[in-house]
Ligand binder design. Sequence first.
Ligand code: CA
Length: 234
Amino acid sequence: MSIANAPRVLVVEDEESLSVLLEYNLKSEGYSVERTARGDEAEILLAENPPDLVILDWMLPGVAGVELCRRLRAREATRTLPVIMLTARGEESERVRGLSVGADDYVVKPFSVPELMARVRALLRRAKPERIASKLTQGEIELDRETRRVRRAGRDVHLGPTEFRLLEHLIERPGRVFSRAQLLDAVWGQSAEIDERTVDVHVGRLRKALSRGNEPDPIRTVRGSGYSFDETFR
Ligand code: CA
């Protein structure tokens, strides 16, 4: 089954039987599927024509899945590409590492195929809105996802990657209050290793970068709850 405009999924898995099984199931769900057994080949495919989602095995010949994921995140074109990592049981302790290199989800083998398909659907649903709007504007602050630039009243605001993601997350939903745990989850990716105070440190840096002199602070601290982008900010 091949459908024009079907979401494209790249399966990077060196276990042939599993790779074939995944291809079969993904195709029957209507996705267009490419497969490779090698990390280095996957890297070439990903650079040539990034798919809509990658299912990436942890241990691979060529380039390891975890290293490949790190490289995808470092590259502009694939920074937000949804990645599901697969791993064998026993490598579970590596979960935090997988998520810290930027995988969106993590599945331990042997897994149920319907469950993996559900996660693929969920990730693609979540990823889509991000691709619609490249520029987010709130008051005099403008964030451009494609160029990774932020401007306030026309001047460039220089942010580190974490502050950028933090602002991106807040400005997407002005007025909504996010707890520190929610921000950790969204910006750092569910890693349990990071202290919630880290959020405060980065919010502080974000504020400092955004506001000059007496300019109003667009980030609101909600006591006992967390942070939000001030929806009344103009
Ligand atoms: Ca493997």
